[in-house]
Design a protein. Structure first.
Length: 325
């Protein structure tokens, strides 16, 4: 999956370098039109440069005097050129190549062969764009999670107060992020009413993983079934959206149970969940349905996968009204 994005990014770097090359040419032409003397100086500098390298190759060490003279002449020309530019209010940097990244000069790789930070950032940006989450993650992440919102009072029959419970959920979610690549790490299933922080916590996990360079896809179950149906019934040619559901490093299915279920959706859903489990690709599910209701709603094959391969985590407490309905 990543290979395809890496190829696209490398092509993007090619385009960026071509752009700065074109821009440089364009600016040079512009400056030559405004100050024709600069063109002459550039030609003269180029001629001297050629002479200099020739004399180094043909008579090394012999014509030190000549070389010094050429060097001096070049220096003078460069000074004249700088002066002319300044007199004409043209910044010295105007004729230099402009790179988007000075570090790697828009190559994506550093001298030591390692990926430049800008390359890594491009991969992350791409993953963000694919995730359907770009807008919410600034506000909803582990750093902005406020545990104080949750009550320390006992809640109904629950052993833990809502705050203790939320600490447990936070811990489990952070553990999920830390051990994301470990095949032993179970998937996560959040259940409970709306306004209890399920979506918020799912977004925290999504952001943490995106920032580590994983591809995360967020989809409501309703929209997800649409994508699966569209491709199956050939209403859509957009195979990428479909493939991402299977191939993203993490698939977040929000609001499971809100989709219309029938035998088709059941078998598509099973196919998706099962194939991700078999390939060790992680899933996070949030739902308003209790495990009992899930058992009634979905066929046994799906339900048994959910019980066996997911940490099933309950959200309870007062509706905090912070989640988008
Ligand atoms: Zn760079």
């Amino acid at each position: 999956m990543f290979q395809q994005y890496i190829k696209e990014i490398l092509r993007e770097y090619d385009r960026l370098r071509q752009q700065s090359e074109d821009l440089k040419k364009q600016r040079r032409e512009e400056v030559y039109r405004r100050v024709p003397r600069i063109k002459e100086i550039d030609q003269e500098i180029a001629r001297l440069g050629l002479m200099l390298s020739k004399s180094i190759i043909e008579a090394p060490g012999e014509s030190q005097q000549l070389m010094d003279r050429i060097s001096k002449e070049m220096e003078n020309l460069k000074e004249d050129r700088a002066m002319l530019l300044t007199e004409n209010n043209i910044p010295l940097s105007y004729l230099e190549k402009v790179y988007h990244c000075e570090q790697c000069k828009d190559r994506g790789f550093l001298g030591n062969g390692k990926k430049c930070a800008c390359f890594k950032q491009k991969l992350i940006d791409r993953a963000y764009n694919l995730s359907n989450l770009t807008n919410t993650l600034d506000k909803e992440n582990f750093h902005s999670f406020n545990i104080d919102l949750f009550s320390t009072e006992p809640y109904g029959e629950e052993k833990r107060s809502p705050r203790q419970n939320m600490m447990h959920l936070l811990n489990t979610s952070e553990g999920f992020v830390m051990n994301f690549k470990d095949p032993q790490t179970k998937n996560l299933l959040f259940y409970g009413g709306t306004g209890l922080g399920k979506t918020f916590l799912a977004n925290c996990v999504a952001k943490a993983l995106l920032d580590r360079g994983h591809i995360v896809i967020y989809q409501t179950s309703f929209k997800m079934i649409e994508v699966l149906e569209d491709l199956r019934f050939r209403r859509s040619q957009n195979k990428e959206e479909y493939n991402l559901l299977f191939e993203a490093d993490l698939l977040i299915i929000d609001d499971l149970g809100a989709e219309l279920t029938n035998s088709f959706t059941n078998s598509e859903l099973f196919n998706l969940i099962n194939s991700r489990i078999l390939r060790g690709k992680k899933i996070m599910i949030s739902t308003n349905l209790s495990p009992m209701e899930l058992a009634e709603r979905y066929d046994d094959r799906i339900f048994s996968r959910l019980i066996a391969h997911f940490d099933v985590l309950k959200f309870y407490g007062e509706d905090l009204r912070w989640e988008k309905q």
